[in-house]
Design a protein around this ligand. Structure first.
Ligand code: GLV
Ligand code: GLV
Length: 337
């Protein structure tokens, strides 16, 4: 019997079509917020799935999906997937690292700059007709060049941001679960510091660390209190890293200068207190969103899925697996069990 693949969202159809020689594709024609029940129903009869950060999948969603062997997440972050439960179920997970690194680093740097130099606020002010006369003291921001950049989470994207910072003459401090090899630190011109020192010294702090329950609200009132009142905070990782009410308090109380946020805890809903503030730049989770990179992400996810289902040159060895443990005791193919 031919294998079947569920594609949870509209992705680039010409790229997804590469699955067709290998499997029947069940497409989703419109962007959809699938209920857990709908996800479980979609997974029940398929061998593989191509999903996005919008599609949470855990034990309950795969409980009645005996054929399912692989889930290819189109994204580098995979906190929408319960890795422990899916690994126990023998389901291989893949993600899309590397192909989005430079594009996402571009955006992180741009959002940090927009936040420091008040670009969104200035444009709104202009469009609102408030520019009656040029004035020397209008919308003054803080410098990026020569400032101290703090990077929390020094993976590939964090390193990409650090390399960009060198061109702006910034001093780069970072904190990470594990310290980078010295050669990489030198290449990134980045200095390792502990979490509190990072908070205390950064003029601009950028969050680029993967989300897990262990780092939920890592940036809370206590962390924000350690930052300079003149500092900016930029988040391109996951909304759950930041206590948004504490952030709104700090921004309102003059304890933090500004924030740039591409991700939100309840996205697509945005905390109304943040929406009401002038000194926040808000974007709708688009850091990896160049056309070329979004296409490359789908292409990598499709390659992963084709290999995970046992086809193509990498059969059985998908290029970017998340839980290689699932490969040790893979599920049997439907009909072979
Ligand atoms: C997007 O947020 C991703 O993790 O790729
Ligand atoms: C995270 O996985 C990164 O690429 O920085």
């Amino acid at each position: 019997a031919r294998q079947r693949v569920w594609v949870s969202q509209p992705l680039f159809a010409d790229i997804v079509a590469r699955l067709q020689p290998h499997a029947d594709v069940i497409a989703t024609p419109e962007v959809t917020q699938h209920s857990p029940q709908a996800i479980a129903a979609a997974l029940r009869e398929v061998d593989g799935a191509l999903v996005t950060l919008n599609d949470p999948i855990g034990a309950a969603e795969v409980a009645d999906a005996p054929r399912l062997r692989a889930i290819a997440n189109v994204g580098v972050g995979y906190n929408n997937l319960d890795v422990t439960a899916l690994t126990q179920a023998g389901i291989l997970i893949t993600n899309t690292p590397d192909v989005l690194t430079e594009t996402t680093a571009d955006f992180g740097f741009a959002l940090m700059m927009a936040t420091a130099r008040r670009i969104s606020e200035a444009e709104r002010w202009l469009r609102d007709g408030l520019w009656r006369q040029w004035s020397f003291e209008t919308l003054l921001g803080s410098d990026v060049h020569g400032a101290t950049l703090g990077i929390l989470g020094m993976g590939r994207i964090g390193q990409g941001i650090a390399r960009r910072a060198a061109g702006f003459g910034m001093r780069v401090l970072y904190h990470n679960r594990s310290r980078l090899p010295e050669a990489v630190e030198r290449e990134c011109r980045a200095e390792y510091v502990d979490f509190d020192e990072l908070l205390a010294r950064a003029d601009h702090l950028v969050l680029v660390l993967p989300y897990s329950p262990q780092v939920h609200h890592l940036i809370d009132a206590a962390a924000l209190a350690k930052m300079k009142p003149t500092a900016t905070l930029t988040n391109i990782a996951r909304g759950g890293l930041v206590d948004e009410d504490a952030l709104a308090d700090a921004l309102t109380g003059g304890r933090l200068a500004a924030a740039g946020l591409d991700v939100f805890e309840g996205e697509p809903a945005v905390n109304p207190r943040l929406l009401a503030l002038r000194n926040v730049v808000l974007t709708p989770h688009i850091a990896s969103g160049s056309l070329a990179t979004r296409r490359a992400m789908v292409a990598l996810a499709v390659d992963n899925l084709i290999a995970a289902l046992g086809f193509g040159p990498d059969a059985g060895r998908p290029p970017t697996p998340v839980n290689v443990d699932a490969l040790k005791a893979p599920r049997a193919r439907a009909g072979e069990g």
